[in-house]
Design a protein around this ligand. Structure first.
Ligand SMILES: Nc1ncnc2c1ncn2[C@@H]1O[C@H](COP(=O)(O)OP(=O)(O)O)[C@@H](O)[C@H]1O
Ligand SMILES: [Mg+2]
Length: 299
């Protein structure tokens, strides 16, 4: 384990609105980025598309956005964006590159931290590797307004580690019953094993806003009864063939078809999220992550 004791470090609390202040110099700016994890119980619900399009929308609102592809074993953010990174997180984990070295430019000035695909070791990192990686990441995110984390699906420790380090956990579901039950399973683990008290729900691929609200009500009916976790409804994204058309061309729907149904949903979502205040808990940095590891790891 790393010997440094982060409890002796001052934990920089995030700004209440989570955004950088244009008037501050970089020396004065001691705050961290607003860290948002996008996660799901079931795969294929649209996380990667949501992260990329939301990141694009945030950068169109003038925010400095960093996207972390945290689907460490099967990352495909680069494929979605049509970029071919030379290096990825596996090089950082092996100590060959720093995070700053592997950053890629994405559409709309977003910066992308690419994951690797097909490297199984990355799906079970040691605690030393995780702490080292997150310490490196922590330094870098001082310079961004929003860090969006695209996690893998499911309830593995790797996924949960990224979720608990975020200020906001956005659980994505589609209106399919299997996706809803898997979201419940994820929330159960978040609540019982990681003592998370709240998360947000985003319903993707809905036929109407009403359908999204129905899914939310259905889920809350069960979580309110059985779990000690509060779910905020973030909204929904309409089903739109243009998303898949964009994926096939390796271009974002928001970039290619800015007036499409889905693109309008992403822009609307980003605007509303930019206006809401994130939690002021001391999360979103590796200090928090360290304490989490110490709590959960037999020394
Ligand atoms: N709002 C949407 N409307 C139509 N298709 C969508 C929408 N969101 C995602 N998709 C499709 O769903 C598939 C899975 O999306 P992806 O972002 O890769 O999911 P995940 O990252 O959760 O596995 C993609 O082929 C994408 O085209
Ligand atoms: Mg994905």
């Amino acid at each position: 384990m790393i010997v440094k004791d982060p409890s002796k470090k001052v934990i920089p609390l995030p700004r209440r609105d989570g955004l950088g202040d244009a008037g501050e110099t970089s020396r004065q700016r001691k705050t961290h980025a607003r860290v948002i994890a996008i996660t799901s119980g079931k795969g294929g619900v649209g996380k990667t598309n949501i992260v990329a399009n939301l990141g694009f929308a945030f950068s169109n609102l003038g925010k400095k956005v960093l996207v972390l592809d945290a689907d460490l074993g099967l990352g495909n953010m680069d494929v979605l964006l049509g970029i071919a990174p030379k290096f990825n997180i596996s090089h950082v984990i092996r100590g060959e590159k720093s995070i700053a070295d592997i950053l890629e430019k994405g559409p709309g000035k977003m910066r992308i931290l690419p994951a690797s695909s097909g490297i199984q070791e990355l799906t079970h990192l040691t605690n030393d590797q995780k702490v080292q990686f997150l310490t490196d990441l922590d330094r870098l995110i001082d310079d961004v307004d929003i860090l969006l984390i695209d996690t893998a699906a499911g309830i593995s420790t790797n996924v949960m580690d990224f979720n608990v380090m975020a200020h906001e956990i956005v659980v994505v579901v589609s209106p399919e019953p299997t996706s809803i039950t898997d979201a419940y399973a994820l929330m159960k683990v978040l609540s019982l094993k990681y003592a998370e008290k709240s998360c947000k729900l985003l319903v993707n691929m809905v036929a109407s806003a009403r359908e999204g609200e129905d899914v939310f009500r259905q889920l809350v009916l069960v979580t309110d009864r059985f779990l000690d976790i509060h779910i905020d409804y973030l909204g929904s994204v309409l089903y739109d063939d243009k998303v898949t058309r964009g994926v096939k061309r390796q271009r974002l729907v928001s970039d290619l078809y800015p007036d499409s149904k889905a693109s309008r949903c992403f822009m609307d979502l980003a605007r509303r999220m930019a206006m809401t205040k994130p939690s002021s808990r001391p999360k979103g940095n590796t200090n928090f992550f360290w304490h989490h590891l110490v709590r959960t790891t037999p020394m």
